[in-house]
Design a binder for this molecule. Structure first.
Ligand SMILES: [Zn+2]
Length: 265
């Protein structure tokens, strides 16, 4: 029998647009989950979306928050999350991107994002994007020990009618060493199909967090995308978290950047 579907909707009750979990963590990894939540602050009137659209993968990355939380424990890593749906503001996009507040996502139209005024866009940047950026910036600054930025996402198996065979995608910004090492170790060690720069790559604009918080600070960074049908139950999430934690640790050792602060240069 299948376990109940994991449906963790983060922070329905909080008023802050970003949260830091496992603040006292000791390892070099800082996890980031930009699409953790399908929460719509009341002032946006659900952007005029139907209940089905509001909870669909367009609104968030199903399973990504639960996976990030498990990884945070296994890696002893701090975790920074956005607590607002990406349809309000996509924290993995800069304010200049047309995708930051899109009015159509796959086949879903988003009425509340149509013809936004400059003031409306500014309000979302100020109240959703900037608090997230500021929390992540402070977390990196306070860490002080050459943190490694790892962003966690999930993707849907069928996109625009096309079936995606990739089960886990490892995506890099400018520096490909960690991502390539992870893919090559995973292809030898795991039964999952792990691909480099799938189903998205830097060219699709998905490396915004990696670039601003990782590359621009001279920090090692990588993005992990897991197909969301592999994150539907606790058992699946536990299994995936364990595999990814081991993979990340062994890949970091392989590139001479151990996860343990005490072992770092
Ligand atoms: Zn995502």
């Amino acid at each position: 029998m299948h376990q109940a579907r994991v449906d963790n909707n983060l922070s329905d009750t909080t008023s802050s647009a970003a949260e830091l979990l496992n603040e006292q963590a000791q390892s070099r990894v800082i996890l980031v989950c930009e699409h953790a939540s399908k929460h719509f602050p009341q002032r946006y009137n659900d952007l005029g979306l139907s209940e089905a659209d509001k909870t669909s993968h367009a609104a968030w990355d199903p399973g990504a928050f639960c996976l990030s939380e498990k990884l945070s424990k296994l890696l002893d890593a701090a975790l920074v999350v956005s607590t607002v749906s990406r349809l309000v503001y996509d924290c993995n996009r800069p304010p200049t991107s047309p995708d930051a507040m899109r009015d159509i996502s796959e086949q879903i139209e988003i009425p509340g994002n149509r013809n936004l005024t400059q003031a409306q866009m500014r309000e979302r940047v100020d109240t959703v994007y900037l608090p997230f950026v500021s929390l992540l910036t402070q977390t990196i600054k306070k860490h002080g020990n050459a943190p490694i930025i790892v962003t966690i996402h999930s993707f849907t198996k069928i996109y625009n009618g096309h079936v995606r065979d990739t089960e886990i995608g490892i995506i890099h910004d400018k520096d490909s060493e960690l991502a390539m090492t992870m893919v090559s170790l995973a292809q030898n060690q795991s039964n999952w199909r792990v691909d480099l720069n799938e189903p998205y790559s830097q060219q699709d604009g998905v490396a915004h967090t990696l670039q601003v918080h990782g590359t621009d600070n001279g920090l090692i960074n990588v993005m992990i995308e897991v197909r969301n049908d592999l994150l539907e139950t606790e058992t699946q999430i536990d299994e995936m978290a364990k595999m990814l934690a081991d993979l990340l640790k062994s890949s970091l050792i392989k590139i001479n950047q151990p996860i343990d602060v005490r072992a770092a240069i």
